[in-house]
Write a protein that binds this ligand. Sequence first.
Ligand code: IPM
Ligand code: MG
Length: 356
Amino acid sequence: MDAHIVLLPGDGIGPEIVSQARRVLETVAEKFGHSFHLSEHLIGGCAIDACGDPLPADTVDACRSSQAILLGAVGGPKWDDPSADTRPEAGLLRIRQELGLFANLRPIRTFDELVDASPLKRDIVAGTDILFFRELTGGIYFGESGRRDSPDGQTAWNEMVYSTKEVERIVRLAAQAAQQRRGHLTSVDKANVLEVSRLWRQVAERIVRDEFPDVQYDVVLVDAMAMHLISRPKDFDVVVTGNMFGDILTDEASMLPGSLGLLPSASLGEDGPGLYEPIHGSAPDLAGQNAANPLATILATAMLLRHSLNLSQEADAVEQAVETVLKAGHRTRDIAAGGDSISTTAMGDAVLAALA
Ligand code: IPM
Ligand code: MG
């Protein structure tokens, strides 16, 4: 196979973890006889520094003409000034929107070897296997917003908006995934308070009832979900929710496997390239120390191979290699539970050795 893949290392630990993922892609290409054409482009804070724009036009063009995109992370204290014209995160939000990446898949799976790295008890988390579908191009992230002067200073507002079509397409994808898994779909909303959630709930119920009668379906309010996620995570299979609820719940869920450093994600549209990234951020305090965990990005690479390039055998091989290094006891600092840890590059070496 001949494939064009865009790498967007971004800020903080982004370049360090993406360079390990690049080695994995190169090794997969060599081992399985593919040609991957890899090109790197700017996004986020580094793009603001280079050209004043967190998403330069040539980055968008390169992404549009690629088959898949692998992103590290964006953001950092350097660009945090609330009065600045733009922010690194704006680049990420815009690329999601420009490419129509409305479905964000975030698998939360515990690794047996690491169950004790979770702050939660083994009997609660062991065996957890949840696939989140977070809506990614709508909701409060993309509604109208503004500020106006008010007697006490200023008033700021953000609108939370969903249309029927936006709910239908994400619920359909989630229900299809449930059919391929354990057949159980949970939709999360705040329909006891928000009108937008009441529409979400009506549409979701209709889609599942009419099109997926074989899927076991339930709805949970977002506040209750925050609780159930840490008290009975094994009860969930596929979870579908809006943009902001999904952002918050998946960070919470990341503590089930023990570390954000292990969790990949895929953002997909109706067609065109998918974008793959770790769910963790740019970790500025770790940047430049060769200490970050590259496994989430390497697992995101496996998702890229599977979902955008249809290379499931190659994806399995990468996931298997990650499992092998964890079984062998290799740990970066975030998952070492205070014990011995290895560097980012040493973890990359271990994965390459397991792949070969
Ligand atoms: C995520 C991140 C982003 C989001 C930020 C960096 C804009 O938290 O991908 O979960 O809120 O979507
Ligand atoms: Mg987030």
